[in-house]
Design a protein around this ligand. Structure first.
Ligand SMILES: [Zn+2]
Length: 453
């Protein structure tokens, strides 16, 4: 039993006792703090500082837990332990692995690995290809790399439309709660070709040329891809005509890592137009690093700050923060992308780790007055659960009879982040040296303690 703790229950905070059944992994009871005598219910009684809070376990819809042929960067085991340390109890793992997760066979092998090694709940994405777009049946979570070429085929509007039709047919059979397509939106035709960029020392180069990444991967590439995806969603009448199934809001299209104020603007406009009709639903996420750093941060971070889409301008950070505050961006996700420090320095792969610092960085924004604690739960737990169709199982909320996935934090506790404390195999964080608030004290997944300090 967790005694007398301020707990997030259906959108509000109340002081209660939480009785967890570690055998079944369920929250057996939630009692008033005046009813402290329920001793038979639990052997272990935990008590935390008065200002500590119990939140539903965080749900990260965008992580790269590597493994397979990239075990040196991260494994399902190390990634899930890092997640638990960050208060995350459910993570959705991206398919652009080595080898990529593009068919049922490698998907099943990954699922086996996950059930053996993960200490939290990990769900794999399947990667959309031209070959599998017609055979996605019975699969719920699909990643689209818009405009990229895999094998012989480009993932263009035609392929995506086929995938939408397959999903709508699947949804019409009523056996699936939802199908979620998460889309990487950068139009490759507007990016400078990698082969034209030859840099000897990336770290020095980016520290002295912090604006270059925005020249090579310009804002207009994000804007163009988002526009094309939204056009497809608004073309649902054509899709309906061709597959004889009406568009459904159970088909969800989710824009990954929104990074520009221009992209945000188009997303918000589309949402506004869409609210007037029942159609394919549209969602978007922002990463903690795009809420925290801008391109000037590269003067300090150098190659460690190289990420796709790149860190943008200060005005983009301001707009994204404001939209989050106003409830206009429904989801925060990390895009946790671990690479070793040596690899970053040598070949400059894009991506940065984030799963251990995401919740503390959001709590720090709360301490700065930008977000209410309730909003943090909404964007990093409740809304992601709905987006991925797992909210009926008790994820994204704390409730009697629901699964005991929860994290306890003290939002006022300060923490100086250090690379040495990072559990992820990569062993570093762009937040090294920063003061953050609210490092998790303990994390439960299905009633079991998966992290404690
Ligand atoms: Zn990613």
């Amino acid at each position: 039993m967790i005694k007398d703790i301020l707990t997030y229950l259906n959108g509000n905070f109340q002081r209660v006792n939480l009785v967890i059944d570690s055998d079944t992994g369920i929250i057996k009871n939630i009692t008033k703090t005046t009813q402290l005598s329920e001793k038979a219910d639990s052997d272990l009684i935990l008590k935390y500082p008065n200002r500590a809070m119990a939140l539903p376990g965080m749900i990260d819809v965008h992580v790269h837990f590597r493994d397979l042929n990239q075990k040196h960067k991260e494994t399902i085991a190390s990634g899930s332990q890092a997640a638990a340390a960050g208060g995350v109890t459910t993570a959705f793992d991206m398919p652009n692995k080595e080898p990529p997760i593009t068919d049922k066979n490698n998907l099943r092998s990954l699922e086996k690995l996950i059930s053996r090694d993960a200490c939290i709940e990990v769900h794999p994405y399947l990667q959309l290809t031209a070959e599998n777009s017609l055979t996605l049946e019975k699969y719920q979570w699909i990643k689209i790399y818009f405009g990229h070429t895999f094998g012989a085929s480009e993932i263009n509007e035609t392929v995506i439309e086929e995938a939408f039709k397959t999903a709508l047919l699947q949804l019409s059979s009523l056996t699936t709660e939802n199908v979620t397509f998460t889309v990487h939106c950068e139009d490759p035709q507007l990016l400078v070709n990698k082969s034209q960029i030859i840099i000897e020392n990336w770290d020095d180069f980016l520290k002295t040329n912090p604006t270059k990444l925005n020249e090579w991967r310009p804002k207009k590439a994000e804007v163009s891809a988002i526009k094309k995806i939204i056009m497809l969603i608004f073309n649902d009448k054509k899709i309906e005509k061709e597959c004889s199934v009406p568009p459904s809001s159970k088909l969800k299209v989710h824009i990954a890592h929104l990074s520009t104020k221009e992209g945000l603007h188009i997303f918000l406009e589309a949402k506004e137009m869409q609210s007037k009709k029942n159609s394919i639903s549209l969602s978007a996420e922002v990463t903690p690093h795009h809420l925290w750093f801008d391109q000037n941060s590269l003067k300090k971070l150098g190659v460690l700050g190289k990420v796709n889409p790149p860190l943008r301008m200060k005005s983009d950070v301001t707009s994204l923060r404001l939209a989050l505050k106003n409830g206009q961006i429904p989801v925060v996700a990390t895009d946790h992308a671990p690479h070793l420090l040596e690899e970053k320095k040598e070949s400059a792969p894009s991506g940065m780790p984030g799963i251990e610092t995401a919740l503390p960085s959001l709590i720090t924004l709360h301490r700065k007055g930008l977000l209410r604690m309730e909003q943090i739960v909404e964007v990093y737990s409740t809304n992601p659960a709905r987006l991925m169709g797992i909210h009926q199982l008790g994820r994204g909320n704390i409730s009697k009879g629901g699964v005991a996935n929860l994290v306890i934090v003290d939002p006022k506790e300060e923490w100086k982040v250090r690379n040495d404390d990072i559990i992820s195999k990569c062993g570093w964080t762009p937040f090294d040296g920063e003061i953050l608030h609210g490092r998790p004290l303990i994390t439960f997944c299905k009633g079991k303690i998966v992290f404690e300090r």
